[in-house]
Ligand binder design. Structure first.
Ligand code: CAP
Ligand code: MG
Length: 405
């Protein structure tokens, strides 16, 4: 099947039948509108080849689930913004609907294959870090405070986290190229610090530099960063756009993995009855070429359903043509005491990230990073964090401050 199938949850306004509502979505997103058209007539009947089709409607959760088939031909292959205008466009504003949520999309290979997808994916990132055999979870940290530190002080935090044992350090989602911490100065300082740490530990640590910026500048920013020694880039996909991920991933001069942050997602993923679920976003990030993507936690500070996180992670990692699997990132409110719950539910082929949960450790960043790694080691050894803490001071200190809930 070449066509794209979109699955929606919807609630019709009172007095509107489910059938009418589902067809209103299908027509609005393809060849119809709110009334009949004189421009669709015997001479132009060929346009019906581009009609959407309501495949099924089933009642659930006080509303309905419908699957709509959008003909392959109405999509411009590779034009992700246009894909979204079809599957997630005007329909959200239709007055006949009380609410509507895009739950999932089945993208035909002809619409996915136009992209290279992730250049690295899980195995590629693991190879850089050296975990392609152990397959252990990666531990990452976010430099905190989110904004404000100078390049040199950012580098000091990065050095401590690297020595403490993290595999990944990232900028926070709001840190880009501000005057208090210019991008290239920060990059130079942090990479120097990570190179120093590598001399001491022998471990390569990734630094996801946040190159989020305007569409006219982001590729140049990414290419310049790679040429200046960046070993990973970060982009806020929902504020910068899917095309930003696509453009970075497509550029042959960008030879490093891309870490994708999803800030702003809560504006439309949280409401179970209206908006866009994370799964379609995850699938689009994968075909656009993101190597790692935040998808949520089991026990962190952000809302969201565990079932959805599990299915979103499956969308990133399950076989999808020749598109490499993407590393799911669990982040937000995590600390060493929460590691067991995360890994027990989400599995170990994952990146666990902690910002406050590392830099808020009683003994500082280095001890916080060490405590996160100890919590992962405890899980992999089949030992509870409490038990492992009896012989691992940094973990004991973390549990003393935050507990295991
Ligand atoms: C986490 C974080 C991440 C969130 C994003 C923050 O910091 O840096 O942006 O993880 O949420 O700014 O909150 P903490 P999600 O570890 O200090 O919470 O991963 O769900 O998109
Ligand atoms: Mg953040």
């Amino acid at each position: 099947m070449n066509d794209l199938i979109a699955t929606y949850y919807f609630r019709p306004k009172s007095g509107v039948t489910a059938d009418f509502a589902a067809h209103a979505i299908s027509e609005e997103q393809t060849t119809g509108t709110w009334t009949d058209l004189c421009t669709v007539n015997d001479e132009t009947a060929y346009v019906h080849a581009y009609d959407g089709e309501v495949l099924e409607i089933s009642p659930t959760d006080g509303g309905f689930i419908t699957k709509i088939r959008y003909p392959y031909e109405i999509f411009e292959p590779g034009n992700i913004p246009q894909y979204l205008s079809v599957i997630a466009g005007n329909l959200f504003g239709l007055g006949k609907l009380e609410g509507v949520r895009l739950l999932d999309i089945d993208i035909p290979s002809q619409l996915a294959a136009v992209e290279t997808g992730p250049k690295y994916g899980i195995d590629g990132v693991r190879k850089i870090v050296g975990t392609e055999t152990s397959r252990r979870p990666h531990v990452g940290t976010i430099i905190k405070p989110k904004v404000g530190l100078s390049p040199l002080d950012t580098a000091k935090v990065a050095y401590e986290a690297a020595i403490g044992g993290v595999d990944l350090i990232k900028d926070d989602e709001t840190l880009t190229d501000q005057k208090f911490c210019p991008l290239m100065k920060r990059l130079d300082a942090v990479m120097d610090a990570l190179n120093d740490a590598e001399q001491e530990t022998g471990r390569k640590v990734l630094y996801a530099l946040n190159v989020t910026t305007g569409g006219d500048k982001i590729v140049e920013a990414g290419v310049n960063a790679v040429r200046a020694g960046a070993n990973m880039l970060m982009v806020d996909v929902l504020t910068a756009g899917f095309s930003a991920v696509q453009a970075l991933a497509r550029d042959p001069a960008i030879t490093v993995p891309i870490h994708v942050h999803r800030t702003m997602h809560g504006a439309f993923t949280r409401n179970p009855h209206h908006g866009i679920a994370m799964r379609p976003i995850a699938k689009l990030v994968r075909i656009c070429g993101g190597d790692q993507l935040h998808t949520g936690t089991v026990s962190g500070k952000m809302g969201g359903s565990v079932e959805e996180v599990l299915s979103d992670n499956k969308s990133l990692t399950e076989r999808f043509g020749f598109v490499r699997p993407v590393f799911p990132v669990a982040s937000g409110g995590l600390h060493p005491g929460k590691v067991h719950a995360e890994l027990a539910t989400l599995g170990t082929d994952i990146v666990l990230q902690a910002g406050g949960g590392i830099h808020g450790h009683p003994d500082g960043t280095r001890a916080g990073a060490c405590a996160m790694r100890q919590a992962v080691d405890a899980f992999l050894a089949g030992v509870s964090a409490e038990e492992y803490a009896k012989t691992h001071t940094e973990l004991a200190q973390a549990l003393g401050k935050w507990g295991v809930k």
